[in-house]
Design a protein around this ligand. Structure first.
Ligand code: RB5
Length: 141
């Protein structure tokens, strides 16, 4: 699976840690790559466009809290960004919501939890069925 990852300065450290932990993934990294202050909507935009253009299948977006970057990502029709702080919501985001973007808070999560959430996001299948109908209704809004 082609997976993208992007972060602002508040998510850079966690982005680096995730890439180091999940070495088997061929990450498409959309930045940022320095501690300089940047604007999270720019990073949400570049990654979401790559999903909508089918360059990548899923993506992970990280800012300080995960809030701003998830709000920005969900402005794109076809993007279903889930901000997850625990394993249950990460699993449900895939099983029930078919989330194609995982948003994380780099200043919120410890590494162990962040890695658990990423693993669930990458490995959990969408259940379909009644959830497919609901996801379709989201797309029609
Ligand atoms: C940047 O300081 C911070 O506001 C950003 O990373 C994010 O937390 C916004 O939601």
């Amino acid at each position: 699976m082609q997976v993208g990852i992007a972060a602002d300065h508040g998510g850079l450290a966690l982005k680096t840690s995730i890439k180091n932990e999940f070495k088997a993934i061929q990450w498409q990294d959309f930045g940022t790559s320095s501690d300089e202050s940047v604007d999270y909507p720019d990073y949400a935009q570049v990654l979401c466009k790559a999903i909508l253009n089918e360059e990548i299948e899923r993506g992970i977006l990280i800012c300080g809290t995960g809030i701003g970057i998830s709000i920005a990502a969900n402005r794109f029709k076809g993007i279903r960004a889930a901000l997850c702080h625990d394993a249950f919501t990460a699993e449900m985001a895939r099983r029930h919501n078919d989330a194609n973007v995982l948003a994380l808070g780099g200043r919120v999560l410890d590494l162990e939890m962040a890695f658990r959430i990423v693993r669930l996001f990458l490995d959990t299948e969408f259940e379909g069925g009644r959830h497919q109908r609901r996801v379709q209704k989201i797309e029609q809004i």
